[in-house]
Design a protein around this ligand. Structure first.
Ligand code: 5AD
Ligand code: SF4
Length: 490
């Protein structure tokens, strides 16, 4: 029997296909001893929220006896946590499934099994189609239901069905995820504070794959960040598809406030001992408020790096993208941010070749990029996503034209990024060392502006924030030397 559990979304709903057997399933969740260890390989595609989700899946599966594995070979469970934002991302998943097939067959030939799960946004968008195209898949689980993995996997093992679970109940997810202890790697951690999006940019699948916008309550976030600080995390990055639209329930004791915005949340998290750096991503120009701008001015723990996608520089294209802001409005936000925090590094996302984009529209994008002067910026060729309004628009741009535009844009962005990095030479920057570098005796870390920094330094400085004098710069990284100990940052 095929088990389908696809409930309507909160934002209006789609088809509901009974039976909803997943709820009835018993959990196969007894803790196991080390001798019973099974292995799980999780491959993550796409954005930082997928990285966070993958880590939480690993944390959920740990108590069930699954130890993380670096390779799919010989694993009992393989999870592909997928991204659907551009066409190539989805195609990569299908090729990976092709590579997994012989590994699964090898496991079966040994009398054992490999459960293959597709999670994330491709799972949400394609649902049952995945199992049709790739019968090797046992389980399809959307981004809002992966907290049910233990019970869904148990069902697959009991042979009660090959499951698909792509409902949209984000609150339940965070309640469940609050339970298992978070394993940490290093000194920097992601914390999802908001999910989903109601903006419906006409090129984007996110409102369909991640669902309606929703914010986690402040108390829940504080508890997670406190626990991370207790484990030695020094830097947190707050995640949300529309993170600056954050409006979570105020904490207990301040119920009168109703909800808090992102600026207030950041200031509150900055009070947690041990947390020295706070970042957040990704923001939308329409959701910028003065409190958040002021937080950049007066909260030193909020790092001077801000990712604010604009997507295009032509007002005509911005309108057709349903961005609900103009190029000038975007630039006014950047100017205001630079007024209150002159050193702020600006990052963005750009799309070239959106339907109807003329040479003149593209020149407007180039002009905006010159005006903003990005420290770093991601740029993409428009990818036609089925089901989005953009896919049906007239004036789809020729592939060759898009490629030429992308090359010109990327050359300009590379120049700006390199110039930004070069401007650091001679400065002393506090660097959070995260790991050993490629060369012996070298450590790698991050500057406040999110640049990678390499520096000769002793191992005991891993996990510390240390002043480094920048001596060299390339497009992708900085090199530096430690400043004498007496002048180091705390
Ligand atoms: N084509 C190309 N780029 C896209 N993005 C989102 N959807 C598409 C698409 N259909 C880009 C946007 C967004 C980033 C995460 O991915 O720039 O900000
Ligand atoms: Fe996609 Fe636009 Fe929402 Fe960003 S704001 S997630 S680009 S729909």
């Amino acid at each position: 029997m095929e088990l389908i559990n696809h409930r309507p979304s909160k934002s209006g709903g789609s088809d509901t296909t009974a039976p909803q057997g997943a709820e009835a399933a018993e959990m196969d969740a007894a803790p196991v001893s080390d001798g019973d260890k099974k292995r799980v390989f999780i491959k993550t595609y796409g954005c930082q929220m997928n990285v966070y989700d993958s880590e939480r899946m690993r944390d959920l599966l740990g108590p069930l006896g699954y130890a993380p594995s670096d390779t799919p070979e010989g694993s009992d469970l393989v999870i592909l946590n997928t991204c659907h934002i551009r066409e190539k991302a989805a195609e990569k998943v299908y090729s990976e499934l092709g590579r997994l097939r012989p590994l699964k067959e090898a496991k079966e030939a040994e009398g054992s099994s490999m459960t293959i799960t597709v999670a994330g946004c491709v799972a949400q968008a394609e649902g049952a189609e995945i199992k049709r195209r790739a019968p090797v898949v046992d389980l399809v689980v959307g981004p809002q239901t992966y907290h049910k993995l233990p019970e869904l996997i148990a069902e697959v093992h009991r042979g009660t069905g090959q499951s698909l679970d792509t409902e949209f109940e984000v609150e339940d997810k965070f309640d469940v995820l609050a339970t298992p202890e978070r394993q940490i790697d290093g000194y920097s951690a992601f914390v999802t504070v908001q999910e989903g999006c109601d903006k419906f940019c006409t090129f984007c699948v996110v409102p369909y794959t991640r669902g309606a916008e929703w914010s986690r309550p402040v108390d829940q976030i504080v508890a997670e960040v406190r626990a991370l600080a207790a484990k030695g995390i020094r830097e947190i990055t707050l995640l949300g598809q529309n993170v600056n639209a954050y409006h979570g329930d105020a904490p207990s004791g301040d119920e009168a406030s109703g909800t808090w915005g992102l600026g207030r949340l950041v200031r509150h998290l900055a009070l947690i001992g041990g947390i020295d750096r706070i970042r957040f991503t990704t923001s939308h120009p329409r959701d910028m408020d003065e409190e958040l701008i002021q937080t950049f001015a007066d909260e030193p723990k909020l790092m001077p790096y801000f990712h604010l996608p604009v997507q295009a520089g032509s007002d005509r294209i911005l309108k057709s993208m349903n961005r609900k802001h103009t190029a000038e409005e975007y630039i006014a936000i950047i100017d205001r941010l630079r007024e209150v925090r002159p050193d702020i590094a600006i990052s963005g996302d750009m799309i070239v070749g959106f339907p109807g984009e003329s040479d003149e529209d593209f020149e407007a994008t180039m002009e905006l990029v010159r005006r903003v002067n990005y420290a770093s910026c991601f740029s993409f060729k428009y990818s036609r996503r089925p089901g989005t309004p953009g896919a049906a628009m007239a004036g789809q741009v020729d592939e060759k034209v898009s490629s030429e535009r992308l090359a010109r844009l990327q050359a300009l962005l590379a120049e700006q990024q390199e110039a930004f990095n070069q401007s650091m030479i001679g400065k002393t920057l506090p660097v959070l060392f995260e790991r050993e570098g490629r060369n012996e005796g070298q450590l790698n870390g991050r500057s406040p502006y999110l640049q990678a920094v390499h520096c000769d330094a002793p191992l005991e400085l891993i996990g510390q924030i240390v002043n480094v004098e920048i001596t060299g710069a390339s497009k992708n990284a900085l090199a530096g030397r430690l400043v004498p100990e007496e002048t180091r940052a705390a």
